[in-house]
Design a protein around this ligand. Structure first.
Ligand SMILES: [Ca+2]
Ligand SMILES: [Ca+2]
Ligand SMILES: [Ca+2]
Length: 487
């Protein structure tokens, strides 16, 4: 990044009230709801386990200390510009001189991560600020391009820094040996700033812009979260929660929707704790038009209007190209228990086509259907990625416990993108999988003849650690690489 650009980003926000929030209320909202005539397909979840499996190996990161949680977040990017995607992984609980959190970057060997790791770089927060500690450094990561060279930079959220105000760092400018640079200090937009990060050219000037979620922010008269956008064309802007309500969690997750190659991208912002019409915690997802034009963003909500409880629609979101996935892990189609769900939207003929992926109803023959179903939480995490080789992105959907797949406590399902009618494939977990073995996910499909899945497991650790009812393992964490092979 040039010094001028850094200074541009470092300018103070003149007035949060006049920062150009494009929304003021519900007037003119374009809502996609159940009555939308776009076709809805309810896909089956009877997972097909017969086709492929993952061949797992552990990436050679050094062993972390207990509580480090390596694998909490990850981002794939070519940080040295050699053409092979490297992997940045955070350990936000690692104790370091600059605070809590460290990022390890696995530099891929020629041939990609699947062929090996050439070097591990360590990125810690700057240690020279005695009055300031970075906390939960690396809780959110994404790649960005700030200096227009062939090597990616890394955007790093540290949402608990500054008493929970939140800070954002950037790493990889000029030299990979330099520590992360603080891009935004505490109190820029207090409220867990950096809980989520995303980057892309929102304003259409050809240069990358940055977005950072602050889901607990109160922006002027707008409680309920906000997103800070650093636009190369328009400067700093704050997107406030479009329907102001405390606790909505607007900015909890961000995604980039790229509907037309070469055109500015759309910014997708979720508010998974927002109330719906008569339903607490229904959840919302907002799509801001390319160019961040001052018009109402598009609202997506759970298509079922009569859900009995919270849905948490938007707890996880992921986009690739024109495909948007939305996870709703708390949705319950009946009162039998929490099953969860995930939705796939694709822009076709100017109207999103909604594909519904819904958790299974408990079967009457099941001995304790409600207990098992309550923990399903399908859609806890979603990832749109090219993994199976089709023309359309595949949908990876994680669940805490999938009812009906033998032997899997947590399950990762993949719905082929090429054939929307196809049944999902249940991917086998790595050996000794921790409780959250798919906390973070990425697919490296550019550098290998066969795609590989990267799974961050911050819960991994010594099995004997903390024996007892509350035993959670030592949470050292690890990162697994799974190569898709025929079964
Ligand atoms: Ca590289
Ligand atoms: Ca660069
Ligand atoms: Ca731009």
């Amino acid at each position: 990044m040039s010094l001028a650009l850094l200074l541009f980003f470092a300018l103070p926000i003149p007035d949060l009230q006049d920062s150009g929030s494009p929304v003021s209320g519900p007037v003119g909202l374009s809502e996609v709801r159940a009555q939308d005539p776009a076709p809805t397909k309810v896909l089956q979840t009877s997972a097909n386990t017969a086709q492929v499996r993952l061949d797992w190996t552990s990436l050679p990161f050094p062993q972390m200390e207990p509580g480090a949680r390596l694998g909490q977040a990850m981002a794939l990017g070519d940080f040295d510009g050699d053409g092979w995607q490297d992997l940045a992984v955070s350990a936000p609980g690692a104790v370091r001189p600059g605070g809590l959190g460290e990022i390890l970057v696995a530099m891929a060997a020629p041939g990609g991560l699947r062929k090996g790791v050439r070097e591990i770089l360590r990125v810690a927060p700057p240690a020279h600020q005695p009055e300031f500690e970075a906390l939960e450094f690396g809780a959110a990561l994404c790649i960005c391009e700030l200096d227009d060279d062939s090597a990616a930079e890394l955007l790093i959220g540290a949402p608990l820094s500054g008493n929970g105000s939140g800070t954002v760092f950037v790493w990889g400018i000029d030299s990979l040996q330099k520590p992360a640079h603080m891009l935004l200090g505490a109190d820029t937009l207090p409220g867990r700033l950096g809980h989520s990060v995303a980057a892309g050219d929102f304003d259409g000037d050809g240069r990358w812009d940055l977005a950072m979620g602050a889901p607990l922010a109160h922006h002027g008269e707008h409680p309920g979260g906000a997103v800070l956008v650093l636009s190369t064309k328009a400067g700093r802007r704050v997107l406030a929660a479009p329907r102001p309500a405390s606790g909505a969690g607007f900015g909890s997750a961000l995604a980039i929707l790229d509907l037309a190659p070469g055109a500015p991208v759309n910014l997708v912002v979720s508010a998974p704790d927002a109330d719906g019409e008569g339903v607490e915690g229904a959840g919302q997802v907002w799509i801001y038009s390319a160019g961040l034009r001052p018009i109402q963003p598009t609202l997506l909500t759970d298509p079922d209007l009569d859900l009995p409880g919270p849905s948490s629609f938007g707890r996880s979101i992921s986009a690739l190209g024109k495909t948007l996935l939305v996870g709703a892990p708390d949705r319950s189609p009946s009162r039998a228990g929490v099953l969860g769900g995930a939705f796939r939207y694709r822009q076709e003929l100017g109207r999103p086509v909604r594909l519904l992926v819904q958790g299974e109803e408990p079967r009457p023959s099941d001995p304790a259907p409600s207990d098992r179903a309550r923990h399903a939480r399908l859609g806890l995490r979603v990832l749109a990625a090219n993994m199976l080789g089709g023309a359309e992105p595949d949908a990876l959907v994680a669940t805490e416990a999938l009812f009906g797949v033998e032997g899997l406590e947590q399950a990762l399902l993949i719905w082929p993108g090429a054939d929307p009618e196809a049944k999902p494939i249940a991917l086998n977990p790595p050996p000794e999988a921790g409780l959250r073995w798919m906390q973070s996910l990425a697919v490296d499909s550019l550098n290998s003849d066969r795609a590989c899945l990267l799974a961050g497991d911050p819960s991994f650790g010594d099995p004997s650690f903390g024996v007892g009812v509350m035993a959670t393992g030592s949470n050292r964490g690890r990162v697994m690489l799974g190569v898709l092979v025929p079964r």
